[in-house]
Design a protein around this ligand. Structure first.
Ligand code: OTU
Length: 628
């Protein structure tokens, strides 16, 4: 062992006597852990003590890891692509809305198993302040579960049941802020505080507002601290000061605690915001990547089975670095949300045209080796119409007008719109807004006046999911989409929720609707059946693997999206008609890539397909999967 490592290792070894695997990991990741922390805190007097505490937390976590989890550590070390394979399918839900409590979720596992889920993301479940708490994103205790949902022991029991059922557990970790009531928030050294408005005003000159309607500005006055406190999100969510090494260690301890409970994946909430710099938008600063590398290295030494998922809803050039680029390659997050794909899917559906999606995806940077996307259609947040002037210009469109069109369309306020959503955080000065609404309501199921319209809406939902499933990445099903659940207006009756219409797309699970999932004559049966077909198709398509090539294809028809995938000699071509009318694609598009039209291509969509002269004609919103 290198001498520099040995000095620190001697201390750590006391807690992990005789664990060879730990020794190997400690040496392997030592520099990855120490270097970023030295860069950030090397000159800080508090660092020496903080470093000792960190090593102790890492070593005790490793030492206390039960055999079952140590086996998993080994298994994932030799199978680093465990989240990126064709078998992987995720499901996202709130504990309370799905099954009341964590034990309730355990009882519902057969439902998820039947669907084919291998990854379960449970929305914030750690102890939060009383409402309003932003759906749990205002934590008061990182070491406890929200009492109404259960206990840490219940979480460990659920994690263990999930493991047995072949499902990984993902849990939110709110890194950027704590609830104003959190004990850490009593210590001004843990917060970004300002005696007067001079600095906040200077920062606000370049800071965008996340919630301009309901929480304008990024600072809130605290009587307790007689200071302005940095509050990027709501006034009760207090940003942590990551220039303090004790903050880093406190959060690392929280992470390690979740690893001890058997959590497999941590969703790092609001990762871009961790480091502030005057004159910038205070997102994606280089120090954020130093922090993430250090967190990752700490976890790899203590519990290498645990993966990191970045929640960074930022532009592609800022996003890919969360997957580890440059000096951080292979050292940051395993997964990141593909927000761009999600936005483009809804954009293509509204316009009925795929040019913007094709050209924007063609310009996307590729994921670094070892990392992968999370592909999704809806989540618990609003859809922010992140279409840049450069993206729009490539296809001769105006970004501002297109964003306005999308906000209007999904609010159901554009002529011919099938959507029943709502504007979120609308800006009256520009007419721009983000959009809220469930997948089903946005896709036209709620507004459908007759059987034909219902059928089209079902096809739209399955088309979006088909692209998310084929793109490459871990696809997520947002709870309720498999049954077509509509917007839920009940949040309006709750004064703690009424001003945040994101609650409209967080309905309670409808178990009665779920009962109908096996009846193909029902909406639920068709959506469930369609998703099941997609999961089956994905499973039998090795070209789906994240590390394979992803190439959007110009099909010669502006209404039909093409996506080609290739991995280790296996190939896949997916075609999707984003328009409500039948659309032809020349067979040459297939042939020149070595694909042939087979009946199996239609089977995924549930509708037969045959060539017509030199064309394949896709039915309205039909999608085809061709393997080659
Ligand atoms: C996240 O979202 C969560 O997903 C939200 O539900 C929370 O309200 C929020 O953090 C605060 O905890 O701005 O509009 O780049 O886009 O962190 C939602 C990341 C958000 C941000 C994201 C944030």
């Amino acid at each position: 062992m290198r001498a520099e490592v040995r000095a620190d290792y001697e201390a750590a070894l006391e807690w992990v006597a005789g664990d060879d695997a730990f020794a190997v990991r400690f040496e392997r990741f030592f520099t990855e852990l120490r270097d970023p922390l030295h860069t950030l805190y090397g000159d800080d007097d508090r660092f020496a003590l903080a470093w000792d505490r960190l090593l102790q937390a890492i070593a005790t976590t490793a030492a206390e890891r039960p055999r079952e989890l140590r086996m998993l550590d080994h298994e994932r070390e030799v199978t680093p692509d465990w989240l990126q394979r064709e078998q992987a399918v995720g499901y996202v839900t709130y504990v309370d809305k799905f099954a009341g409590t964590l034990s309730g979720v355990r009882e519902r596992l057969p439902y998820l198993r039947e669907l084919g889920v291998t990854y379960l993301h449970l929305m914030p479940l750690l102890a939060a302040r009383p409402a309003p708490n932003d759906g749990g994103y205002a934590v008061v205790d990182y070491g406890a579960v929200e009492p109404s949902m259960g206990t840490m022991d219940d979480l460990a029991a659920l994690a263990s049941d999930l493991r047995e059922a072949g499902m990984a557990l993902c849990v939110d970790l709110v890194l950027n802020h704590v609830a104003a009531e959190h004990p850490w928030a009593r210590d001004p050294a843990f917060l970004c505080t300002f005696a007067d408005r001079a600095e906040p005003d200077a920062f606000e000159r370049t800071l965008p507002d996340v919630f301009p309607d309901t929480a304008p500005g990024s600072f809130s006055w605290s009587e307790e601290h007689r200071s302005w406190i940095w509050t990027t999100f709501n006034t009760y969510q207090w940003d942590l000061d990551y220039t303090n090494p004790d903050v880093f260690v406190a959060m690392a301890e929280a992470m390690l605690g979740l690893a001890r409970a058997g959590v497999d994946v941590l969703r790092l909430d609001a990762a871009p915001f961790l480091w502030k710099r005057l004159g910038t938008n205070c997102q994606n600063q280089p120090e954020v990547h130093e922090l993430l590398q250090a967190f990752r290295a700490a976890m790899r030494i203590a519990a290498p089975a645990v993966a990191f998922k970045a929640e960074a809803i930022v532009a592609p050039k800022d996003l890919v670095p969360y997957l580890g680029t440059g000096k951080h390659e292979g050292k940051e997050c395993d997964l990141a949300y593909h927000n761009v794909l999600m936005v483009l899917l809804w954009s293509a559906l509204a316009s009925g045209r795929v040019g913007l999606m094709t050209s924007t995806l063609l310009a996307m940077p590729t994921v670094p080796p070892g990392a992968g996307w999370l592909t999704y259609v809806r989540c618990h947040d609003d859809i922010g119409w992140a279409i840049t002037p450069e993206d729009a210009a490539r296809v001769g469109e105006d970004a501002y007008l297109h964003r306005r069109f999308l906000a209007d369309w999904y609010a159901g306020e554009f002529p011919g719109s099938f959507a029943r959503g709502a504007r979120f955080q609308a800006d009256p000065r520009t007419g721009e807004a983000r959009s809220s609404g469930t997948c089903a309501s946005l896709a036209g199921l709620e507004s459908a006046p007759d059987e034909l319209a219902t059928e089209l809406a079902i096809r739209r939902i399955l088309l979006l999911y088909a692209i998310a499933f084929a793109h490459g990445g871990l696809p997520l099903i947002y709870m309720g989409d498999e049954l077509g659940l509509f917007n839920d207006a009940s949040y309006l009756e709750d004064p703690d929720k009424a001003d945040d219409n994101r609650w409209m797309h967080r309905p309670a699970m409808d178990w009665e609707a779920a009962e109908r999932r096996h009846d193909p004559d029902t909406v639920e049966g068709q959506l469930w059946g369609g998703l099941r077909r997609l999961i089956t198709a994905r499973r039998s398509t090795p070209a789906i693997h994240v590390q394979g090539a992803v190439e959007p294809v110009w099909t010669g028809n502006d209404h039909v999206f093409g996506l080609s995938r290739a991995q280790a000699g296996e190939r896949l071509l997916v075609l999707g008609n984003f328009s409500p009318t039948p659309q032809p694609v020349g067979l040459g598009v297939l042939q020149e890539r070595g694909f042939e039209l087979t009946a199996a291509a239609g089977a995924v969509d549930g509708r037969p397909v045959e060539p017509y002269h030199d064309f394949v004609v896709l039915a309205p919103y039909q999608h085809l999967w061709l393997s080659g």
